[in-house]
Design a protein around this ligand. Structure first.
Ligand code: SAM
Length: 219
């Protein structure tokens, strides 16, 4: 019998918190769980894209920590989290008092994981698999704040994303990026706000600690 997407997420993860975000519970996969052992063929046979949603990436953790510690960053705002993955930044923003949070990810597994995780933490978030990069606004009007957690890992996507964000800046939207300086992160037009040492998994990051910063995009 094949598993539904939700059953697949639950079967391949354990509810846990990360050291940096003890307030947030997430369905996450440990390194020794089968989801990480699957090769591309097995993943394709199971109809599962690479499970980015099953890991709390260093950049997303930094951004979530920043929101929880500085609720004024998001309080009362309409927030968009692009590339939400597990939904950790979206959940943190809602916990910190954001009025509306849209968590968007083109992977339907990620959106289901984010919804499960929001429920675990008793917060409501709006979700969508729509590709909003390049769009002027969302279903709920214009955004006050766009959050990007660890999305600069691939060149074409990073270029497209940066061009879109830079185009939106003059409209007054604020852009916050959580990133451990991945290869394709913009190197100019960013103001560093804070850096966290984020415990991570050496199986995915080649290191058990990554420095991840929160950056504000500036014109
Ligand atoms: C490395 S993960 C980061 C997840 C989360 N923000 C975090 O920090 O843990 C990147 C996520 O971006 C999503 N993604 C890739 N291209 C996207 C696009 N065009 N629009 C929205 N999400 C996208 C992927 O599916 C993946 O879940």
């Amino acid at each position: 019998m094949s598993l539904s997407k939700t059953e697949f997420i639950i079967a391949n993860t354990v509810v846990q918190s990360t050291a940096l975000l003890p307030e947030i519970q997430l369905h996450l996969a440990s390194e020794d769980m089968p989801i990480w052992q699957m090769d591309d063929a097995a993943r394709e046979a199971a109809g599962v894209p690479l499970p980015y949603w099953a890991f709390a990436w260093a950049g997303g953790q930094a951004l979530a920590r920043y929101c929880l510690d500085r609720p004024g960053t998001v309080a009362g705002k309409h927030v968009l989290d692009i590339g939400a993955g597990s939904g950790l930044e979206a959940i943190a923003a809602r916990m910190a008092g954001a009025a509306v949070v849209e968590a968007v990810d083109t992977d339907p597994f990620a959106i289901l994981a984010a919804e499960l995780n929001a429920k675990l933490n008793n917060v409501e978030i709006e979700t969508s698999t729509e590709d909003l990069i390049g769009q002027p606004g969302g279903r709920f009007g214009n955004w006050d704040l766009i959050m990007i957690g660890d999305l600069f890992f691939e060149q074409p996507l990073a270029k497209h994303l940066e061009a879109w964000l830079r185009g939106l800046l003059p409209t007054g939207v604020e852009v916050l990026i959580g990133d451990p300086q991945r290869t394709f992160m913009p190197r100019q037009g960013l103001e560093k706000l804070i850096t966290y040492a984020v415990p991570t998994t050496s199986a995915l990051e080649d290191s058990d600690l990554r420095n991840a910063s929160v950056w504000r995009m500036v014109e």
